[in-house]
Design a protein around this ligand. Structure first.
Ligand code: MG
Length: 359
């Protein structure tokens, strides 16, 4: 099965910042930060490659970013615009395969196995997609080509920006052997630390442990690490056709502004959608909150995680953050809704708690 799978991972380069630079030529070639402000409030949502040269990264505090690069330019995120560009990009992908699994606005897996016979042909298609994205949208992206999702994702990161990397099956093991453990999918800061404490610094170090040991250290994710260190990842590319989202909403008998009551209602909704996920054995990467104010104005707020979530606590954590960006609690509201989208099959995914402390 492995030998004739051709999986692409395509990832836009510094997406939000690149969109800003494309739309505003005066930002071109400058250290640009999307999110936060020059007074040092907020966090960096994305930054241009010019800003990265100063050590600026997404999720860094704006205060720190200003210290690293005092002349950096801050712009406010324009989510709607990024979505618009994202749709354009995904439309291009669709010409090459019906099997597309977006991970966020700016990256997706494509399974092109059914109409490709060799890794070389798959690589040519990846190159063609990169060229189409550049000419039709105006942005660069990087692509990884391999025989499974994990390796395709590792590959797309290897020659960023504007690069293409192919990892054929006979090169996978030697590459994984020397791949720093922090580059493994699902290994965040906390897991990386734990790996280091076990003497695991590179892919080859995982091979010293058997599956049972790794499961003991890392829970279910241990089994996943065991396999990917050996280049094994049979997760399918999950296109979302047929199960786009799971959602529920409720209208109140009388409008409310009591935050405790709102919280209680949200929890009931979160429990319902959690049940929906369990029925379908799904996780979701996108959580959307819908709030309708007393005057019938409706707002929606979404957030997208890099790893699917599936528990009521995770859904609530996200929902609470979204709620804070609305006027709920300040003005009366008449409806609340939660929906989950970007659904993926959890039975084939690594668990979500990877980045929680272990002890
Ligand atoms: Mg990207």
């Amino acid at each position: 099965m492995t030998e004739n799978r051709y999986i692409l991972h395509i990832d836009m380069d510094a997406f939000f910042a690149s969109v800003e630079q494309m739309d505003n030529p005066k930002y071109g070639g400058r250290p640009l930060i999307v999110g936060g402000n020059p007074e040092g409030r907020g966090v960096v949502a994305a930054c241009s490659y010019e800003a990265r040269k100063f050590g600026i990264r997404s999720a860094l505090s704006a205060a720190r970013a200003v210290k690293l690069c005092p002349h950096a330019l801050f712009v406010r995120p324009r989510k709607e615009r990024y979505k618009e560009v994202s749709i354009q990009i995904m439309e291009i992908f669709k010409r090459y395969s019906p099997f597309i699994e977006p991970l966020s606005l700016d990256e997706a897996f494509l399974d092109i196995s059914s109409n490709h016979e060799t890794m070389e042909a798959a690589a040519e298609t990846a190159e063609e997609i990169r060229s189409r994205v550049f000419h039709e949208v105006g942005l660069t992206c990087s692509a990884g080509v391999s025989y499974n999702k994990f390796l395709a994702k590792v590959a797309s990161d290897m020659k960023k920006p504007d690069g293409l990397t192919v990892i054929p099956i006979d090169e996978a093991r030697s590459l994984l052997d020397t791949l720093p453990i922090g580059k493994f999918f699902g290994v965040g800061r906390v897991t990386e630390k734990k790996m280091h404490s076990l003497g695991i610094h590179y892919g080859r170090d995982i091979l010293r442990f058997d599956k049972a040991q790794l499961i003991r250290f890392f829970g279910k994710a241990g089994a996943f690490f065991h396999d990917i260190a050996r280049g094994v990842d049979n997760r399918p590319v999950e296109s979302q056709k047929g199960r786009k989202s799971i959602g529920t909403e409720t209208t109140f008998h009388s409008d409310i502004d009591d935050i405790d009551e709102i919280e209680k209602i949200l929890r009931d909704l979160a429990l319902k959608v959690e049940q929906g996920l369990q029925n379908k054995s799904c996780g979701a990467t996108t959580v959307t909150l819908k709030v309708r104010y007393h005057n019938f104005t409706t707002v929606t707020r979404s957030c997208t995680h890099s790893i699917p979530i599936n528990s009521v606590d995770e859904i609530m954590k996200c929902t609470r953050q979204l709620l804070e960006t609305t006027d709920a609690g300040k003005v009366k509201i008449r409806l609340l809704g939660i929906s989950l989208s970007n659904l993926t099959n959890t039975s084939l995914k690594i668990p979500v708690q990877l980045d929680l402390p272990f002890f």
